[in-house]
Design a protein around this ligand. Structure first.
Ligand code: ATP
Ligand code: MG
Length: 451
């Protein structure tokens, strides 16, 4: 491991009483939302649009975003990356050093401050990470390094749409690796590759790494990680083997050769976006070739000395000869993932969160707040679940049962624990898996079953 330090960030999500929470659900589907994830995020009270492609994150959305962020963070740390936080507003001069201030085009939001200095809202951060690296690294002994942040980006997209799937302001994890030679840089790339496989799998997603276009820099070292969804904007082509889950648990990412072998094995199954289609590989796949639409949730990219050379960055080599570090950059669309997961996990009644990213584990539903025995049983369950560390959303509102079920289904918590007067009298509660089975269990067993 490059860095065995543990993440200093812990998300401890506290239980909540719905009567005191802020969950503005909508009964009607908003007319301007075209895709299901956008509709459900609005209806479930997760987000509100404040300007085209710009969203306010409400409490439920904020919790999911934090869950996703934390999984991304843990897998970055596990891969040896080190967390920092860069400013969103950067100076045009920095971007002139790489030539990108003029090259970037209208997606860059340009700002002028009161002294007429040209600034911009960072759409990505290669230049700043390169500069920060240069300030701190002097010798080959400082290599390799992989530094990342989870920070808001702004791209003035020509067509912001589909809610958080294509926003203008969006949360991105961006990592930047620095290595002394190509073998090291390839290992850094492979570490991120496997970290991405693990990250998306932990979120309950099948994300397929696809050969991606590297643009004017060339080379074949770029992959986009694509979640299959009919609403995706990318056309993708892949061998049907990719539909089977891949087990990455046994691979030792510190072993460069073993890791390279594993990834080469994975990539033997064809998968490419439409810019990188390989007709020979497609005909070899025969009737096992699949075509569909997909959502890009991440990209890994090796680009060598593009920025370090342009910005004059070197470190002292072992023999005194300066080395120009080789770089890669690695993005994950953290806020886009919220929408992508919903695209993959929902039914006609609402969201079905995979356990790892659910905003709460359990909806505790009291069917009759006006029934003393029922309310007492629900309060006791709430206290015990809280004490057991279970993330519970307690629906203690004075509402009909039907409305409570509809809310719980809509917001998609993995479990519903239903407390009604008849059941309580008989010592029974109902436990329902969202999108699955409904069973009656003894009231006394409920906390044990859920902790
Ligand atoms: P796209 O092709 O979808 O425009 P990109 O290739 O330009 O994305 P990257 O520069 O690779 O994006 O950014 C890293 C990740 O950030 C992407 O894989 C994607 O998940 C996310 N992302 C990029 N643009 C947006 C956006 N407008 N809204 C939400 N997420 C985005
Ligand atoms: Mg990309």
């Amino acid at each position: 491991m490059l860095n065995a330090g543990l993440s200093p960030f812990v998300v401890k999500s506290l239980p909540v009483r719905l009567s005191r929470y802020f969950l503005p659900v909508l009964k009607e589907t908003p007319g301007d939302a075209q895709v299901i994830s956008h509709q459900l995020m609005l209806r479930a009270g997760m987000i509100r649009q404040t300007a085209a492609g710009i969203y306010a994150w409400l409490p439920l959305g904020r919790r999911v975003l934090a869950k996703i962020e934390q999984i991304v963070r843990e897998e970055q740390v596990r891969a040896g990356a080190i967390e920092v936080l860069m400013p969103t507003i950067q100076s045009a001069d920095l971007w002139r050093q790489s030539g990108r201030y003029d090259a970037y085009g209208p997606e860059m939001l340009r700002i002028t401050d009161r002294h007429d200095r040209e600034m911009l809202f960072s759409p990505t951060a290669e230049e700043l990470f390169t500069q920060i690296f240069q300030n701190g690294a002097k010798s080959y002994r400082d290599l390799p390094k992989n530094i990342y942040q989870i920070q808001w980006k702004f791209r003035d997209e020509v067509r912001p749409r589909f809610g958080v799937l294509r926003g203008r302001e969006f949360l991105m994890k961006d990592a930047y690796s620095f290595d002394a030679d190509f073998a090291g840089a390839k290992h850094s790339y492979n570490r991120m590759f496997i970290a991405y496989m693990r990250t998306f799998a932990r979120m309950g997603l099948d994300a397929i790494p696809m050969q991606a276009d590297t643009g004017p820099i060339g080379g074949d070292l770029s992959h986009e990680f694509i979640v299959l969804a009919p609403t995706g904007e990318s056309d993708v082509f892949y061998h049907e083997n990719w539909l089977k889950p891949r087990d990455t648990s046994a691979i030792d990412a510190d072993d460069a050769d073993a890791l390279e072998g594993f990834i080469t094995g994975l990539n033997a199954d064809y998968a490419a976006t439409d810019e990188k289609r390989d007709l020979a590989a497609e005909s070899a796949a025969g009737d096992q070739l699949r075509q569909s639409k997909g959502i890009e949730v991440g990209q890994v990219f090796y680009f060598g000395d593009k920025y370090t050379k342009a910005m004059g960055v070197t470190v002292q080599g072992p023999d005194g000869v300066p080395i120009t570090p080789l770089m890669g950059s690695y993005g994950i669309g953290v806020s886009r993932l919220v929408g992508a997961i919903i695209e993959a996990c929902h039914d006609k009644d609402g969201i079905i969160w995979p356990d790892a990213v659910a905003p709460f584990k359990v909806a505790l539903i009291n069917l009759r707040v006006d029934d003393a025995a029922c309310a007492a049983a629900a309060e006791k369950l709430y206290a015990e679940l809280t004490a057991a560390g279970v993330e519970v959303l307690y629906d203690d509102r004075d509402e009909r049962g039907g409305a409570k079920f509809a809310t719980a289904d809509l917001i998609g918590l993995p479990w519903q624990l239903v407390v009604g007067p008849k059941g309580v009298a008989a010592g029974i509660v109902e436990l329902k898996r969202r999108g699955g089975e409904r069973v009656e269990i003894a009231l006394a067993d409920a906390v044990g079953r859920l902790s």
